[in-house]
Design a protein around this ligand. Structure first.
Ligand code: NAG
Ligand code: NAG
Ligand code: NAG
Ligand code: NAG
Length: 960
């Protein structure tokens, strides 16, 4: 019945192939190859998967009798990727993006003296770049980018004097740039990469100072050294690269000033310096660069004024200078700079006037001016920036009203005007901003009612109108904003009751904050539907009546605040009510419950008791109907041997005796686990055995009769959320997952579906979740830097295994610190893989994203295509979390919205641990941060695969 898992089968096949190879090849080293043909065939043999090279065959073998076989067969006969000249010599080996897996060890370049073109980019090649790469001295084009090459750059590259383009980017190359690779200033034209026009070394692990000889590459038009570990000053000699048009030095550790002679680089179109330690003022000569299209200064330590003539050439498209110490005015040349597409000047001390210093930008897509000292008003002219998707001017001194015309910005996705001095009303037509996903007007002086048109914002995920002067009631149509994850209306003058429609906001997750208003009446039981909500604040209002029992069903709720109201009666059940601090209920009329500071409830509230029985009755009926569906499904599948028809009429009885035939189960366990054993061991899921509660399950510890300890995960929401098809595929999926064996993956022993309980049985992992270890001061300290690196590495291995060694690949879908468990030795084990998608509510008519808020790849808000790259993103979040000791939170939201961001190591290390004591550990941590940033790229295609990620990590750990 179960789909076979090929994870185990593949390695087996590989082993078989090895055994079947002719034994003679083992006895003595093979003789040297006789021809380029033989070299290519031997290299092909060394690759893991050669099927793509099926055209590479030695036809000479077909005519064995021929006395000179090599003369009749040649790689020039339509071999994939091989090109030759008229004389029959190989001139090109071009195999980009072919899934090649192996090393270049056997590709002996001494056999290809006429090679002009070598392109192996985007494969899975490992090992070092061989020293004989320098032999084919006619080579003009060399591209080994996006592989997993390690080691340093071979000095023999200096022999490639004809090379025009050298691209080794996105590899794990280490070491420094040897000055001898470049032309020597005193005898130019003799050695070194003298003809180089394009040098691409971005996203590697190269470091050290840049040799001044780089400035002798007279023909250079592109120099990309970004996202490496280069340090020191930027050599002044780079100002001699008079042909340069792209200069990318971003995301390194360069310090000092920008050389003044950069003003001579008249062909420069792209100058990218963000995320370094550069300081001083930017030379005003930069304003001479009239070809500039892209200029990035973000995240350095620059002071002084911005160059006033940045847009002198009227070509500037992307300009960022955020997170520096710039002072003074907005560059005057920006007013007329109609080419602008993306502008980021946030977090400086720029002064100026919003309506005078800016113009109309028909192409503008993104502008962030937040956290400066801008004054003036938001003029109605901004409405003419018709293509703007993000407009942030938070944290300035903008006054006046929000112009009504702003609603014409129909491409707007993010609008943040928070912490200014805006007055007037929210434009009544705000609902026309149909693409708006995030709206913050927090902390202004906005008056009037919340317009009911707000219901038109059906894509809104984040709404913050707190700390204003809003009055009137909360419009019913708020319930149309069905994608909301975050809603704060706190600290206004709102009155009336909470509209019932709030219950439609099923996605609300982070926060619902209605505190500090004048809301009144009963709290609506509709809130109980918000089962994803984590924080609920209703404090400082005039709510009366009791807290509805339905709120006990908000299974994700962890923090509540009901203080300063007029509430009475017992607290609902539910962990948020049990675990909240007493202050959360303080200053009410007459609340009771088992919380410190409240009086215990006496029996004078019969209402709650009655409700409770009804409630448990409902659950039984739901379980019954879902199990009925499961039962039918299995019949359809013909799995009658596993689940023989039982007497389903029994199911209505709560305490029906256990009948083996009512149990459907899948086991993959060397011993035997019986349903009854689990029930006995947990005393029928007694809370005393509960070791954890999650959004979809409660986890119990059970000791089997054999003495073995296992974790039993009792699914709570499977019952209400699974569709019929889901149940069948769920069973299949579980059977598949139960066969997976990997050191860093929690073993799933099986599952069991009975009318009373549906549960999974897994390996017990002693220390619990990474989340809980990181949140405890003591345990977090025990998890020192080297253990944390091991945790990150373990998770990477697990995901790489699920993605690349399983057929079909398994996508985890919900990587978070809750789903990574730690053993007694603090080794990581990934749990809950593959089942996340079965546990989402199926009731809503819009698709819900599986996964945990804060770890979800950004593309999932636009597309439902869950790919491996979504796991890669979540892994990136997790890796940062492990180093930081807590979820990276706002750092991530900055990252995702601000594509060009980089981070310094010191900013991300958990302050509870002392800083790394050796350079080696610091370097390794840096490489994890760099890897995490790579994983967090907005474009899924530009994230690494988990295979690449785990190899990078392994390589670093392997240095020990
Ligand atoms: C080209 O190949 C021929 C034989 O195929 C060989 O004799 C000749 O030396 C090669 N030319 C060069 C420049 O290597
Ligand atoms: C590079 O060229 C020099 C001189 O031409 C030679 O001595 C050296 O062996 C070459 N290196 C390689 C790896 O081909
Ligand atoms: C400007 O930035 C956008 C988004 O980051 C990018 O797609 C575009 O290629 C950039 N344009 C230039 C000229 O750099
Ligand atoms: C803006 O551009 C126009 C024409 O391109 C020019 O006449 C005007 O002086 C410019 N204004 C500023 C402030 O640069």
């Amino acid at each position: 019945m179960a789909k076979p898992v090929n994870c185990l089968v593949l390695p087996l096949l590989a082993a078989l192939v090895v055994v079947l190879l002719p034994s003679s090849s083992k006895a003595q080293p093979p003789p040297p190859p006789k021809s380029p043909l033989e070299v290519l065939l031997r290299w092909k043999q060394s690759l893991a998967n050669q099927s793509i090279l099926s055209s590479w065959v030695n036809h000479a073998h077909d005519i064995k009798n021929s006395s000179t076989p090599s003369s009749t067969s040649s790689p020039c006969n339509n071999w994939l990727g091989i090109t030759c000249n008229k004389a029959g010599n190989v001139t090109g080996i071009d195999l980009p993006h072919k899934g090649l897996q192996g090393t270049l060890e056997l590709l002996d370049f001494t056999y290809f003296p006429d090679l002009l073109h070598l392109d192996l980019k985007l494969n899975r090649l490992t090992g070092t770049i061989p020293p004989n790469i320098g032999v084919p001295s006619k080579l003009e084009f060399l591209d080994l980018s996006t592989n997993s090459f390690t080691g340093s750059l071979p000095l023999s590259l200096a022999n490639l004097t004809k090379v025009i383009e050298l691209d080794l980017s996105r590899n794990s190359i280490t070491g420094e740039l040897d000055p001898r690779l470049f032309p020597n200033g005193s005898s130019p034209g003799t050695t070194g990469l003298v003809n180089l026009q394009r040098l691409l070394l971005q996203d590697t692990m190269l470091g050290g100072q840049l040799p001044s000889q780089l400035g002798n590459l007279k023909h250079l038009t592109i120099l990309a050294l970004d996202n490496n570990n280069f340090s020191g000053q930027i050599p002044t000699s780079l100002g001699n690269l008079i042909n340069i048009s792209y200069l990318r030095l971003n995301q390194n550790q360069f310090f000092g000033q920008i050389p003044r002679n950069f003003g001579n680089l008249s062909k420069l179109t792209n100058l990218n310096l963000f995320a370094n330690q550069l300081s001083g003022s930017v030379p005003k000569e930069i304003g001479n660069l009239s070809s500039l299209e892209t200029l990035h200064f973000t995240q350095n330590k620059f002071t002084g004024h911005l160059p006033q003539q940045v847009c002198r050439g009227h070509k500037l498209v992307n300009f960022t200078a955020a997170h520096n110490f710039f002072t003074g005015p907005i560059p005057v040349s920006l007013k007329n700079c109609t080419t602008l597409f993306r502008v980021r000047l946030e977090y400086n001390q720029l002064t100026g006037d919003l309506d005078h210093d800016f113009g109309v930008y028909p192409n503008l897509n993104y502008i962030d001016l937040s956290h400066n000292q801008l004054q003036g008003k938001l003029s109605s002219e901004w409405a003419q920036c018709q293509n703007v998707t993000l407009l942030k001017i938070a944290g300035n001194m903008i006054g006046g009203e929000i112009p009504d015309t702003i609603v014409e910005l129909d491409q707007l996705v993010v609008l943040d005007l928070s912490s200014n001095k805006l007055s007037g009303k929210i434009p009544a037509q705000v609902g026309k901003l149909s693409k708006l996903s995030s709206l913050s007007l927090k902390d202004n002086k906005i008056m009037g009612q919340i317009p009911s048109g707000i219901g038109g914002l059906t894509d809104l995920t984040y709404l913050d109108l707190s700390i204003n002067r809003l009055t009137g009631s909360i419009p019913d149509r708020i319930g149309d904003c069905i994608r909301l994850l975050f809603l704060s209306l706190s600290t206004n003058g709102l009155n009336g009751s909470i509209p019932l429609e709030i219950g439609y906001l099923l996605g609300l997750q982070t926060l619902l904050d209605l505190s500090y208003n004048s809301l009144s009446g009963q709290i609506t039981p509709q809130l109980g539907k918000l089962t994803k909500l984590e924080t609920l604040n209703l404090s400082h209002n005039i709510f009366s009546g009791s807290i509805p029992n339905a709120l006990g069903e908000m299974i994700s709720l962890s923090t509540v605040d009901f203080s300063f109201n007029d509430l009475v009666g017992p607290l609902p059940n539910g962990k948020a009510f049990k675990l909240s601090a007493p202050q959360a209920f303080a200053n009410n009329k007459n609340l009771c419950g088992e919380v410190q500071g409240l009086r215990p409830c006496n029996t004078s509230f019969p209402k709650s008791g009655r409700q409770k029985t009804r409630h448990s009755h409902q659950i039984i009926i739901i379980v019954t109907s879902v199990l009925g569906s499961l039962f039918l499904m299995l019949l359809v599948l013909g799995i009658t041997t596993l689940y023989r028809q039982g007497n389903r009429r029994n199911l209505k009885e709560d305490e029906s005796p256990l009948k083996p035939e009512n149990i459907f189960s899948v086991w993959n366990f060397d011993g035997k686990i019986l349903y009854e054993d689990i029930i006995t061991a947990t005393e029928d899921f007694n809370d005393a055995f509960c070791i954890g509660v999650g959004g979809t399950a409660r986890v119990y510890k059970a000791e089997l009769p054999s003495g073995q300890l296992v974790a039993v995960k009792r699914l709570s929401s499977a019952k209400e959320s699974m569709e019929v098809e889901d149940v069948g595929s769920f069973a299949n999926e579980i059977a598949t997952l139960a066969e997976i064996r990997h050191r860093n993956i929690v073993k799933l022993y099986g599952f069991c579906c009975h009318e009373r309980h549906t549960f999974l049985v897994c390996e017990l992992v002693e220390r619990g979740s990474l989340e809980s270890v990181l949140s405890s001061e003591k345990e977090a300290k025990e998890l020192d830097w080297s253990k944390r690196m091991k945790v990150v590495e373990g998770v990477a291995h697990a995901l790489s295994y699920l993605h690349h060694n399983c057929v079909p690949p398994i996508i985890h879908r919900d990587i978070s610190s809750k789903n990574v468990l730690l053993t007694a030795e603090l080794e990581a084990k990934v749990s809950d893989f593959g089942i996340a998608r079965f546990l989402k509510p199926a009731s809503s008519n819009w698709t819900t994203v599986a996964g945990t808020y804060g770890y979800i790849a950004p593309e999932l808000s636009y597309t439902m295509a869950m790919t491996e790259k979504c796991d890669v993103y979540s892994f990136g979040v997790l890796a940062l979390e492990v180093l930081m000791g807590s979820h990276p939170g706002t750092l991530i939201s900055n990252l995702t919205s601000l594509v060009d961001q980089g981070i310094q190591l010191k900013d991300v290390l958990d302050p509870r641990l002392s800083p790394p004591t050796t350079q080696k550990i610091a370097d390794e941590l840096t490489s994890i941060v760099n890897l995490a940033l790579w994983c967090l790229r907005a474009d899924p295609k530009s994230r690494p695969t988990m295979h690449v990620a785990s190899e990078l990590l392994e390589m670093h750990a392997g240095d020990d």
